[in-house]
Design a protein around this ligand. Structure first.
Ligand SMILES: CC(C)(COP(=O)(O)OP(=O)(O)OC[C@H]1O[C@@H](n2cnc3c(N)ncnc32)[C@H](O)[C@@H]1OP(=O)(O)O)[C@@H](O)C(=O)NCCC(=O)NCCS
Length: 178
């Protein structure tokens, strides 16, 4: 029997608009391609470390077919449509650690979507038994690094050449402090 999808949530952005944080679904493949086609070259470069923007159908299928245990993705959509404006995902590396990545549509960056996705991913990952998130980002990516530094997860950031390696303890704060 198929597992039920994780629940959808609603949240407000810094400009007051309400959005849905919803689990990605296999029928999102075309919407995900359209989202990627709208990204600026710079946003695509910061996400993929290359100017890759257009997703092949096979890659879109891979990115939208997740098990919500070892691989998970949530997207941001308006209240009244399934259009994709942002994606946050994790991929399990070990039983306890998963790597996260985010991409927010250019016109909606700076409105707090990244932190909403991080929180939703962390909540879901904890339910699957994960205790740590990792991330690799370009050292120049001050927005991404600011988001991790300001998260409640005590981010450790290690710079090596032009890359930043991030580790976060996502256990509830009281347990993590023990
Ligand atoms: C990095 C990213 C995911 C953050 O998501 P977000 O929704 O923009 O996050 P926030 O709104 O919390 O913004 C994060 C910080 O960057 C700043 N910021 C975001 N967009 C900005 C912009 N276009 N210009 C200037 N500053 C910006 C915000 O002010 C905030 O800093 P602050 O907390 O000190 O105010 C998003 O900006 C993005 O998709 N960037 C391109 C792709 C990318 O870098 N992915 C990461 C690969 S792992």
């Amino acid at each position: 029997m198929d597992r039920p999808l994780p629940p959808e949530r609603r949240a407000h952005l810094r400009d007051g608009r309400e959005v849905r944080i919803r689990p990605i679904r296999p029928d999102d493949a075309e919407r995900l391609c359209a989202f990627h086609d709208r990204l600026s070259t710079q946003t695509a470069r910061l996400r993929f470390f290359s100017p890759l923007k257009h997703l092949s159908p096979d890659f879109a299928k891979h990115l939208t077919s997740v098990d919500f245990v070892k691989r998970c993705a949530f997207v941001i959509s308006p209240i009244d449509s399934d259009t994709i404006h942002a994606v946050g995902r994790y991929e399990g590396e070990t039983r306890r650690s998963a790597e996260v990545a985010f991409v927010v549509e250019d016109t909606l960056q700076g409105l707090g979507i990244g932190p909403l996705l991080l929180e939703r991913l962390a909540e879901h990952a904890r339910e699957q038994g994960f205790t740590r998130f990792s991330a690799v980002t370009l050292g120049e990516n001050s927005q991404m690094l600011a988001m991790f530094r300001e998260s409640p997860y005590d981010a450790h950031i290690h710079m090596e050449r032009d890359l930043a390696f991030v580790r976060m303890d996502i256990r509830p704060v009281a347990i993590a402090a023990v």
